[in-house]
Write a protein of this length. Structure first.
Lengths: 527, 456
């Protein structure tokens, strides 16, 4: 037999300068700024169906102020208690003496598995209890393998952990270096003199999001509406922010998609023992013995959705400030963003805003069958001028609008829900609010003819529109036709159109119990 | 200010020092690329017996590419090498013990007495079959707690990734052995922090190198160099190195007239100190700190074709600057601005590609809330088989209290396309793109109209 000479190498390292370890347990002050990074229904924010995905969406900027005593010379400063969804590469630190040589984000969390993983090669205590006599034995053991099934070396022999059915446990002398029970950012710095420093740490975190939602209540006279706006704050992370000042930012930031939170790995402890539970019955039935692959246990840390919804009934309006090209809404008082929580704060409460009821109908495309005809009900749109003259004149963050109106008895009825986009001052707001049965449109293809051949081929289609107003009052009506074809244009029309929302649009004022007609012809070049 | 001077090196050439010149330490040098790749050079001081022997290198990367291993030392020739990563677990221990003797210790549940016995493992297959004395039995079949003691770890079961190399040494003695290999799981990118001062139109730009290690192994006290520019690899979908510039960020490629050198399209940054790169750790090291960088804050709206939009859209808020100093390796630039209380707040981020010095760059921060554009295709008509006339209108509105200039970039022109009519003069910035600078008064609006004839 050939003898191999096994050279075991003791790895030696160049001497490092001694680093003093400074631990900052937590911030003195925290500020949270939430951005609207994802268009999600508020319902989804309040009760997410996909909490794992929600954890990596959303965008917030966290600022912390900490007081830290730093010794002179090189030291490692550990910022404990940062948000678990921190994007480590976004961290910025101000107020530290000296240069920051490097910074490390440790994202191993303390768990039975990580404790064992970090103890490979170390000596621990194996404590066994005799189940009958209660006698305890304490044996020194070297951990040879980690959490995927631990092997221990005891007096040069090897035993597996927890494969004997005897009560046994490992006892560690201390928490291995670098293992933290809370997400920790570590910085290496060199301070010229020792001292107490106020350090500002800021970073981007995910799992925080906000939405704007509006309720429009139409007054009994049908001429004005009251508009209230609510901010819904959602925290899908594992970190709570108790009693912190919160700002929300309206407007869309550019993001690169690289802002992934570091995932704290709570390593699980598996035993991976040899088979001990023998299914004799199955063997005796003569079933084929199969080798079962070792299963991968999916360890689901996530909790399903938000647990609490808090509505703070504050009737206050928040005046937005300027932040670059965005709008910043400072919440009037500090609030608690608890982990897995959703809460709402009012930011807009504007009474008696005049609006115009606009009845609309839209036709799309350029391909019609001859003599095609249909009858449809008009869509009702509430048109609000977002100007100071109407009492509004405010930036309106995009969100869902619920429209309510009183019925004949004065009880509120939901007319419908629609969405608005980020709307600056002076841009009108149009809110869809259901259909009107008594404003009816008859759309008919009157004529369709083809001329020419090849690239000279043209199809001309004439469309007849008749709009009847069954209401006892006059209505404003707009008919639009979205052509969506570069080779289509209107060649003739009974009433001149204007372009609205990128569509040729005809506007009419229809008297009570009356009707109007429109005829126009589209020419389409066909391949 | 902390700036690392990129050193010009001939990549791929390993310097193999004489044993006498090396200190008696394990010395690790990492050359980390952008695209999940690193070259590890690991010098270990080993005592080698004369003749044939096996050397074991523990703690090599678990994501090693074994076919790239090179080993060299004075008077040493390699016979064969193996990379073992059959993980040691209790179940594997038992499987490898088939045919061998183990010790079992039963604990009597009645009186707690422990009885040691020697057993031979016959099979491990949905149960461990043992031969104890003259009997055959199944381990723990009676439910009695039974400890199993193994005398040693089988040769090819490893607690950590290990490379073993069979060598033939001319003579016995200690010497430095240089191991080098390529590995996955190590990567780096740049992260930039730009604090933008709107009033002075300047910014403070800091650059950090972000090094990530998911290779399964920690590298302690490693001399580290970072190579900007992706290398071409034959074995994967990492793509070819294309010296192009990003969609948004780089506006004009610089001439690279700096005091830095590069070889074969790569820039190399050496970290000034040795660093420890732990498994699963994100490490950042500062490499750039520039204050008072001149910026131009502007607005931009890009239209790729002659189409309208059903709702007004927001113009992009863009920060433009020139990097006069150093080449900037690819990464994410995050922009911060001070709010009314003087606190810096995040206002958006953009990706930068590898950018030579002297380039003009633009960072898109986000959508300007108050500056909107309503694009409308007023009319279009097919003129001939390959030609269409488009009449466009762009209504710009500015709800802010300051006048704004919006840069409209209209793409979709064909090479032979021409402008028939326009309400403001355009610039053709490339074959396919027209550019207008549209002034929009505070609280007001400006409508730009134009008619073009172009292909399709």
């Amino acid at each position: 037999m050939r003898r191999f000479c096994l050279s075991l190498v003791a790895t030696a390292f160049a001497a490092l300068p001694a680093f003093a370890d400074t631990v900052s347990e937590g911030p003195d002050r925290i500020g949270v700024t939430l951005y609207h990074s994802e268009d999600l229904p508020t319902e989804e924010l309040a009760q997410s169906r996909n909490p794992t995905w929600m954890r990596s969406t959303g965008l917030a900027f966290i600022t912390e102020e900490r007081t830290i005593d730093i010794p002179a010379g090189p030291s490692i400063i550990r910022f404990r208690g940062v948000a678990s969804t921190m994007v480590p590469q976004s961290a910025a630190v101000q107020g530290l003496p000296g240069d920051i040589a490097e910074r490390n984000f440790d994202y191993d969390l303390l768990s039975p598995g990580s404790l064992l993983a970090k103890s490979v090669g170390e000596t621990v205590h194996l404590v066994r209890t005799n189940p009958k006599t209660g006698a305890r034995t304490d044996t020194a053991a070297i951990v040879r393998t980690g959490p995927n099934g631990a092997m221990l070396e005891i007096d040069g022999k090897l035993e597996a952990l927890r494969c004997s059915a005897l009560p046994e446990k490992l006892v560690f002398d201390s928490v291995p270096a670098g293992l933290t029970d809370t997400p920790t950012l570590s910085l290496r710095t060199v301070a010229p003199v020792a001292g107490r420093y106020t350090v500002k740490l800021s970073y981007i975190a995910t799992a925080l999001n906000w939405n704007a939602d509006y309720v429009a209540r139409i007054a009994p006279d049908g001429k004005t509406l009251d508009l209230s706006g609510w901010i819904t704050l959602a925290n899908f992370g594992e970190t709570s922010f108790p009693h912190v000042p919160v700002d929300v930012v309206a407007g869309r930031l550019n993001v690169t998609g690289d802002d992934e939170p570091a995932d704290p790995e709570a390593a699980k402890l598996a035993t991976a023992c040899w088979p001990t539970n023998i299914d004799w019955a199955r063997h005796l039935r003569g079933e084929a013995v199969q080798t079962v692959p070792m299963g991968v246990t999916v360890f689901n840390r996530e909790k399903g959705g938000a647990e609490t919804i808090v509505v703070t009934a504050e009737k206050r309006e928040i005046v937005p400030r300027k932040l670059g090209d965005y709008k910043l809404y400072p919440l009037p008082e500090p609030t608690t963003l608890a982990a897995q929580q959703t809460k709402q704060v009012q930011f807009l409460d504007q009474q008696s805003i005049p609006f115009e009821k606009l009845y609309t109908d839209t036709l799309s495309g350029t391909s019609f069958d001859e003599a095609q005809s249909d009858i449809v009900a008009a869509t009702v749109t509430l048109h609000v001028e977002n100007t100071r003259a109407t009492g509004l004149g405010k930036p309106l963050p995009g969100g869902a609008v619920s429209v309510q109106a009183p019925d004949a008895d004065g009880d509120p009825v939901l007319l419908g829900q629609s969405g608005i986009l980020d709307t600056p001052e002076n841009l009108p707001v149009e809110i869809a609010a259901g259909h009107a049965m008594d404003v009816e449109i008859v759309r008919r293809v009157a004529k369709s003819e083809t001329t020419g051949d090849g690239d000279k081929r043209r199809v001309r289609t004439t469309i007849d529109i008749a709009i009847s107003n069954g209401k006892p009052e006059p209505v404003a009506f707009e008919f639009s036709h979205g052509l969506y074809d570069d080779w289509a244009h209107i060649v003739s029309e009974s009433v001149p159109h204007t372009m609205k929302k990128n569509m040729p649009t005809w506007r009419f004022a229809i008297p009570a119990h009356d009707h109007v007609t429109l005829e126009y012809t589209i020419e389409v070049a066909e391949q | 200010m902390r700036t690392f001077l990129p050193a010009a090196v001939l990549l791929g050439t390993l310097s193999i020092a004489q044993a006498a010149d090396q200190p008696p330490d394990s010395q690790i040098t990492l050359s980390v690329y952008n695209n999940d790749l690193a070259l590890v050079q690991d010098i270990r001081h080993l005592d080698v017996a004369a003749g044939r022997s096996r050397l074991e290198f523990k703690d090599v990367s678990a994501a090693i590419k074994p076919e790239t291993v090179a080993l060299s030392a004075k008077g040493l020739s390699v016979i064969e090498q193996n990379f073992d990563y059959d993980l040691l677990t209790p179940a594997k221990m038992m499987e490898k013990a088939v045919g061998k003797q183990i010790q079992i210790i039963r604990t009597n549940p009645g009186n707690g007495a422990q009885t040691p016995e020697t057993a031979t493992v016959l099979s491990v297959n949905e149960g461990v079959v043992l031969k104890v004395g003259n009997h055959i039995e199944v381990l723990r079949d009676d439910g009695i707690p039974t400890r199993v003691i193994f005398s040693s770890i089988p040769e090819n079961l490893r607690a950590q990734p290990t490379l073993s190399v069979s060598v033939d040494a001319a003579s016995a003695g200690a010497r430095d052995v240089t191991l080098s290999y390529l590995t996955r799981g190590l990567s780096w990118k740049a992260d930039y922090v730009a604090l933008f001062n709107e009033k002075q139109d300047t910014m403070h730009l800091q650059g950090w190198v972000t090094l990530t290690n998911t290779s399964g192994t920690s590298y302690r006290n490693a001399k580290t160099q970072l190579i900007a520019g992706a290398v071409n690899l034959t074995d994967g979908g990492n793509g070819n190195w294309q010296p192009g510039y990003s969609n948004y960020a780089a506006r004009s490629a610089g001439t690279g007239a700096t005091n830095q050198e590069s070889i074969a399209d790569y820039y190399l940054y050496k970290l000034p100190e040795r660093v420890s790169v732990a498994q699963n750790q994100t490490k950042q090291v500062g490499f750039l700190d520039l204050s008072d960088v001149k910026t131009v804050h502007g607005y931009e709206y890009r239209a790729d074709s002659f189409a309208g939009a059903s709702e007004p859209e927001h113009a992009a808020s863009v920060l433009k600057f020139s990097n006069t100093g150093a080449p900037l390796p690819a990464g994410v630039a995050r922009v911060y601005m001070r709010d009314e209380a003087g606190e810096p707040k995040f206002v958006g981020e953009d990706s930068l590609d590898h950018t030579p010095a002297g380039s003009d760059l633009a960072i898109k921060m986000g959508d300007a809330f108050d500056i909107t554009v309503q694009p409308t295709l007023v009319q279009s008509e097919r003129l001939s088989k390959w030609r269409t006339r488009y009449q466009m209108s762009y209504e710009f509105k500015n709800a802010s209290s300051a006048p704004a200039a919006v840069d409209l970039r209209q793409g979709g022109m064909w090479r032979d396309g021409k402008v028939d009519d326009e309400s403001l003069p355009s610039k053709r910035i490339d074959a396919h793109t027209l550019d207008w600078s549209v002034p929009v008064p505070a609280g007001g609006s400006t409508t730009l109209t134009f008619t073009v004839e172009t292909g399709f």
